[in-house]
Design a protein around this ligand. Structure first.
Ligand code: SOE
Length: 392
């Protein structure tokens, strides 16, 4: 199916950036919102235009396209590769589809922005990394939490040496929606998702840790994974195997010697979307909790005063905090969707030859995160430490 929904984009203006998107579920909404909002809030060299949305369900698709402002809709994602006007293809599909779609788009000369994790398997991820390296197109991976202003502030503080050498990284991503009452979906099917909590949640933690510390992980050890719910209800009342990790825990060593601990679970009642990370350095500490995403906690260990202790910084001030200038007055706080809009702004900057406000993850970067996921799975299965140098 292919339909024109409300405007003719056959003659794109030179400053427009024609975007195609694959996927109309949760990430389809988050990304559609980002592409349509970004030009309203950021002053950018180019303006994204919602050219074509591709998705499988034709009935839903027409309504989705009209609601979010996509000019055209198609049930053939290959149409995006064939559309000359489209420069950037955004992939918001289940993990096992990323590689085929990204490789086709790169072969057609499109820039690609792909959902995390990079792929459902190491082989797919490697193929994507290699194709990106061989192409002149730019690639991006939606590790959206990098774009919270408070994380941007943390990144700046680490870069400014305010923590000194990093000793500890403590990352937890805890959710609670994965109990036996949750029906089967691709997220619980290893052949599609690749992994469960590890790739869905742990991938964000690994990316944030590597981003903030600015170093790669060299070793993974002490890993445990567990599938607590082995079967779920299928669409027709049948029981379907659920074969991914509901929880993954592991320890890690960074290049510079810092030690990390990681926990990812979908079975932590009381925690809905608790993505937390804490860094302890020789000179101070930072702590972030996504459920209070506008705040960063900072402790300066060099403060000699009796009042030394954790500072709660509301990271919403234009001029001081990344991305804040594009939004609202102080403490008129941001939410989940703003991370995607902030990332869309940086993607547009890069595709216009400008610098992003903060470094963006590309396929090479996301490949390294995928290698850490692979090492964690191997370490858990074989009950041993795994050197990242052995994963390639
Ligand atoms: C899972 O619940 C999920 O939607 C992840 O897939 C996202 O990546 C994460 O940001 C929020 O939680």
């Amino acid at each position: 199916m292919s339909v024109a929904t409300h405007q003719d984009s056959s003659a794109p203006s030179p400053v427009s950036l024609q975007v195609g998107l694959i996927g109309q579920k949760f990430m389809g909404r988050a990304h559609s919102n980002a592409w349509s909002q970004v030009g309203h809030f950021f002053d950018l060299p180019r303006t994204p235009q919602l050219h074509t949305i591709a998705a499988r369900d034709a009935t839903e698709l027409e309504r989705f396209a009209a609601k979010w402002g996509w000019a055209q809709a198609t049930t053939r994602w290959q149409d995006l590769a064939e559309a000359d006007a489209i420069e950037l293809v955004d992939i918001g599909t289940p993990n096992h589809l990323h590689a085929e779609q990204a490789l086709a788009m790169l072969a057609a000369g499109k820039h690609v922005a792909c959902e995390k994790p990079l792929a459902g398997s190491l082989d797919d991820a490697r193929a994507m990394r290699d194709a990106a390296a061989a192409s002149s197109a730019k690639t991006f991976v939606w590790f959206n939490y990098r774009r919270c202003p408070a994380i941007g502030l943390a990144w700046n503080l680490v870069r400014a040496g305010r923590l000194g050498a990093i000793r500890h990284v403590r990352a937890k991503y805890l959710q609670s929606w994965g109990g036996p009452e949750t029906p089967a979906s691709w997220r619980f099917d290893k052949s599609k998702a690749g992994s469960g909590a590890l790739g869905d949640l742990g991938a964000h933690s690994i990316d944030l840790a590597r981003f903030l510390v600015g170093e790669d992980i060299t070793q993974v050890a002490g890993a445990l994974q567990q599938t607590f719910v082995g079967e779920r209800d299928g669409a027709n009342g049948e029981r379907v195997p659920s074969d991914v990790d509901d929880a993954t825990l592991f320890l890690a060593r960074f290049e510079g010697g810092a030690l990390g601990s990681f926990e990812a679970t979908r079975l932590a009642h009381g925690h809905l979307n608790r993505n937390t990370i804490e860094l302890n350095g020789e000179l101070g500490s930072i702590a972030f909790d996504f459920e209070r995403m506008n705040e960063l906690s900072f402790l300066d260990a060099r403060d000699p005063s009796a009042e030394r202790g954790w500072r709660r910084i509301v990271a919403t001030s234009a001029g001081d905090h990344p991305y804040a200038a594009a939004w609202w007055p102080d403490a008129h706080v941001l939410g989940y969707e703003h991370g995607f809009v902030n990332m869309a702004a940086d993607i547009v900057r890069v595709l216009s030859g400008a610098e992003p406000e903060l470094p963006l993850p590309d396929f090479e970067d996301a490949w390294r995160t995928q290698c850490v996921m692979e090492a964690a799975g191997l370490a858990a299965r074989e009950g041993r430490a795994v050197e990242l140098s052995s994963i390639s």
